[in-house]
Design a protein around this ligand. Structure first.
Ligand SMILES: Nc1ncnc2c1ncn2[C@@H]1O[C@H](COP(=O)(O)OP(=O)(O)OP(=O)(O)O)[C@@H](O)[C@H]1O
Ligand SMILES: Nc1nc(=O)c2ncn([C@H]3C[C@H](O)[C@@H](CO)O3)c2[nH]1
Length: 217
C-alpha cells in the first residue's frame, strides 16, 4: 500500500499533480471538496463569520477522504490533513476565530489524527509532496484558474492573506517531520503545459519513492 499526499498553498498545483500521479502510478486520486463546497464561497464573502465553519467542513471531508483512501491499496490525496491547522491558525491570528474555537478545533484535530492512527496499519503517508511556488506564481495560478471568490478584484485584502499564507507554508514545510517529504519547484516546472517538465517532476518523485523503499529494506 502506498499513500502519497500533496501539500502546498492555494493554486500551487496540488490537484493537477495529483491527477498526473494517479495516472502515472495507476493509483486512486482523492480530491479536496471545492466545487461542491457550500461553505467556501460564504467564507470568502465573510471570513469573520465563516472561518470556523469552513474549517470544520474541511476537516470532516478530509477525514472522510482519508477513510476512503485507506480502503484502497494505492492512493494519492490532493491536500494533507497536516495543513489544516496551518490554514486555521492563520485565520485565527487574523481574528477570524476566538480562543474557544481555536481550543475546540485543536482538540478535534488531535482526536481525528489519533483516530486515523488507529484505523489502519498505515499510520503515516509514505511521502508528502510539497509543491512550492513563489508568491507571484501563486497569484498567477489563482488568476489562471479563475475561481471568482479567490480573485484579488473580488476582495483586494486577499493579497495580504495569500502573502502570509505562502510565507507560512515555507516555514511549515521546513519543520514538517511526520513522514518523508519532497519539495517540487512549481515555479520552475510548468508540469501542466510542458510534457518535459511533467516527466522531470514525475522522475523526481519516483526516485524519492525508490530511495524510501531502499531505506526500509
Ligand atoms: N506547474 C504548473 N504549471 C503551469 N500551470 C499550473 C501548474 N500547476 C498548476 N497550474 C495551473 O494553476 C491553476 C491551479 O492549479 P491547481 O488547481 O492544480 O492548484 P491547487 O494547488 O490544487 O489549488 P487549491 O488548493 O486552491 O485547490 C490551474 O489552472 C492549473 O492548470
Ligand atoms: N480557510 C481555509 N481552511 C482550510 O483548511 C482550507 N482548505 C482549503 N481551503 C481553501 C483554499 C482554496 O480557496 C480552496 C481550495 O483549496 O479552499 C481552505 N481554507
Amino acid at each position: 500500500m502506498t499513500v502519497l499526499v500533496l501539500a502546498g498553498t492555494i493554486g500551487a498545483g496540488k490537484s493537477s499533480l495529483t491527477e498526473m500521479l494517479a495516472e502515472e502510478l495507476n493509483t486512486q486520486a482523492f480530491y479536496e471538496s471545492v466545487d461542491d463546497n457550500k461553505v467556501l464561497p460564504l467564507f470568502y464573502e465573510n471570513p469573520q463569520k465563516y472561518a470556523f465553519l469552513l474549517q470544520i467542513y474541511f476537516l470532516n471531508k478530509r477525514f472522510d477522504s482519508i477513510k476512503k483512501a485507506l480502503s484502497h491499496n494505492n492512493n494519492v490525496l490532493d491536500r494533507s490533513i497536516y495543513e489544516d491547522s496551518l490554514l486555521f491558525h492563520l485565520n485565527a491570528d487574523l481574528g477570524r476565530a476566538d480562543e474557544t474555537e481555536v481550543e475546540v478545533y485543536d482538540d478535534l484535530l488531535q482526536n481525528m489524527l489519533e483516530e486515523i492512527d488507529s484505523l489502519s496499519f498505515k499510520k503515516r503517508p509514505d511521502l508528502l509532496i510539497h509543491v512550492k511556488v513563489s508568491f507571484d506564481k501563486m497569484l498567477e495560478r489563482i488568476q489562471k484558474r479563475g475561481r471568482v471568490y479567490e480573485q484579488l478584484d473580488y476582495d483586494p485584502s486577499l493579497y495580504d492573506y495569500y502573502k502570509e499564507l505562502n510565507n507560512r507554508y515555507d516555514k511549515w514545510f521546513e519543520t514538517f517531520n511526520i513522514c518523508p517529504k519532497i519539495q517540487i519547484d512549481g515555479d520552475r516546472y510548468d508540469f501542466v503545459e510542458d510534457p518535459t517538465a511533467r516527466t522531470e517532476v514525475l522522475r523526481q518523485i519516483k526516485e524519492k519513492l525508490k530511495e524510501i523503499e531502499g531505506e526500509r529494506a
